[in-house]
Design a protein around this ligand. Sequence first.
Ligand SMILES: [Zn+2]
Length: 47
Amino acid sequence: MATAYCMKCRKKVEIKNPKQVALRNNSLAVQGVCSVCGAKVFRIGKA
Ligand SMILES: [Zn+2]
């Protein structure tokens, strides 16, 4: 399960609907929504 830091919850949360995305510089990131509050979360790195 992918995790990311949620700015709203101020803690690490599970990423709901994690999606692997490529940044402009071709590095990978994971984008999804916080499983706790539903805010968008983002993490640099592989899923
Ligand atoms: Zn949250």
